[in-house]
Write a protein that binds this ligand. Structure first.
Ligand code: HEM
Length: 426
């Protein structure tokens, strides 16, 4: 096969499929060959240019005029006709949010919406996060065994996200199912039968978001980031547009909760599978923020992000034609030995862990990164204090098949309640 730039496609590039097992299990490892031998290649199975080295990916993030983020939320597997019919029935109109908006509209909008993310504004949420984590811990602490994903890793970040946004905390289980449908719809490869089911979920999510938004607009006295947006939409409808409000309502619930839930599950998996490191955190909780950062580098919850070339351009010596779609495998960049020494090692003392690209980079870099970090930190603080003797159970990990969001669907742990340093009912 030949790439759109006329060059032949190597056998490994031709064989690459992000929906195959190796990438689903460990995207950084699955692209080791690429980092070492062919850092920019065209994937005929995906129809994307895949970029795997740190410097190349950072250069792409840095130039969002040449590399537009407009396709960041495009369906990576085009919808079937049946799925499209379903979406039309729901009047589905998800379009520009922040993450897929071009300049200059993006910066004008981002600037209007920064206030909720000041360190003081975020710190004000910390007691709520801690209370939620403690309540969830109270419920399991005497039990001795739990799947932490099911018990709290998705529900706490979802509750925090809704609280941060000012969205009523209702229908949580339904929102969780909607999020999974949205992830599969955007970054997955659902089978033809699955497509229709996923489209139903996405359509209902769109409708639900519209209803909640309407309710919030009718009670403008509430607090939260969505209310900031509603207010800006009133003041500056040309900057914070109506469609933006509705699209954002749907996208942000996922962006704020799924990412953090998966990042926390990844971090606990990595740390608990290294009992000596876990013991160090239990003995010195001051190490927790650095450990969380290193987990975000080593096993981030966002593993790949997209851009489209707005002109003919060279990346790492390979010419990508205008209109070329690009998959930046940030998980691979985070394991690039040219930037991180012994990149496959989880080293909580690493001095440049924070250089990771799990939150993206440049003008679109994750606005909620410090909220995500805070949640991970509080989870770790509470667990190291109350269940230092926690152990990871032997288990097969499974992942929702998609290109970009990664974390185990379940995380089974066990402990001996008799050893709990602090009993709930002594
Ligand atoms: C954007 C990851 C948590 C809100 C992004 C991007 C990534 C990302 C990769 C795209 C960056 C780019 O294009 O350069 C993550 C991860 C999280 C997390 C790994 C948790 C560990 C959150 C939370 C919020 C949030 C809790 C809460 C409000 C946003 C927003 C954007 C964004 C608003 C768009 C920014 C823009 O385009 O200007 N995030 N995110 N994220 N994230 Fe997060």
């Amino acid at each position: 096969p030949t790439a759109p730039n006329g060059c032949p496609v190597s056998p490994r590039a031709a064989a690459f499929d992000p929906f195959d097992r190796p990438y689903q299990l460990d995207p950084a490892e699955a692209l080791r060959w690429s980092r070492e031998q062919e850092p920019v290649f065209y994937s005929p199975k995906l129809g994307y240019w895949v970029v795997s080295r740190y410097d190349d990916i950072k250069a792409i993030f840095r130039d969002n005029l040449t590399f537009s983020p407009s396709i960041a939320l495009e369906k990576i597997t085009p919808a079937s006709r049946e799925a499209q019919t379903v979406l039309q029935r729901y009047d589905y109109g998800m379009n520009r949010t922040l993450v897929n908006e071009d300049e200059p509209a993006h910066m004008a909008r981002r600037r209007e919406l920064l206030e909720a993310f000041t360190p003081e504004a975020l710190e004000a949420h910390a007691p709520m996060v801690r209370r939620l984590v403690r309540e969830k811990l109270d419920a399991i602490v005497d039990r001795g065994r739990a799947d932490l994903v099911a018990e709290m890793f998705w529900e706490v970040p979802l509750t925090v996200a809704l609280h941060f946004l000012g969205v009523p905390e209702e229908d949580m289980d339904q929102l969780r199912r909607f999020s999974v449908a949205h992830t599969l719809n955007t970054w997955g490869r659902p089978s033809p039968e699955q497509q229709v089911e996923v489209a139903e979920g996405v359509g209902r999510f769109w409708q639900y978001s519209g209803q909640v938004l309407k309710k919030m607009q009718d009670q403008p006295s509430g607090h939260g980031w969505m209310y900031d947006m509603i207010e800006k939409n009133r003041q500056k409808p040309e900057v914070v547009t109506d469609n933006y409000l509705h699209s954002m309502m749907m996208a942000i619930i996922v962006a704020a909760h799924e990412t953090t839930a998966l990042a926390t599950a990844n971090a606990f998996r990595q740390l608990l599978s290294r009992p000596a490191v876990w013991a160090e955190l239990c003995a010195s909780p001051a190490l927790i923020p650095a450990a969380a950062e290193e987990c975000l580098r080593h096993s981030g919850s966002v593993v790949a992000w997209r851009r489209i070339a707005t002109r003919d351009v060279e990346v790492g010596g390979v010419s990508i034609p205008e209109g070329g779609k690009i998959l930046m495998v940030t998980a691979s960049a985070n394991h690039d030995p040219a930037h991180f020494e012994n990149p496959d090692e989880l080293d909580i003392y690493r001095d440049n862990a924070v250089d990771h690209l799990t939150f993206g980079y440049g003008s679109h870099q994750c606005m909620g990164k410090n909220l995500g970090r805070m949640e991970m930190r509080i989870f770790l603080e509470e667990f190291t204090r109350r269940l230092p003797h926690l152990e990871l159970e032997e288990q097969e990990f499974t992942f929702l098949p998609n290109t970009s969001f990664r974390g185990p669907e379940a995380l089974w742990v066990r402990w001996d309640p008799a050893q709990n340093p602090e009993r709930r009912e002594p």
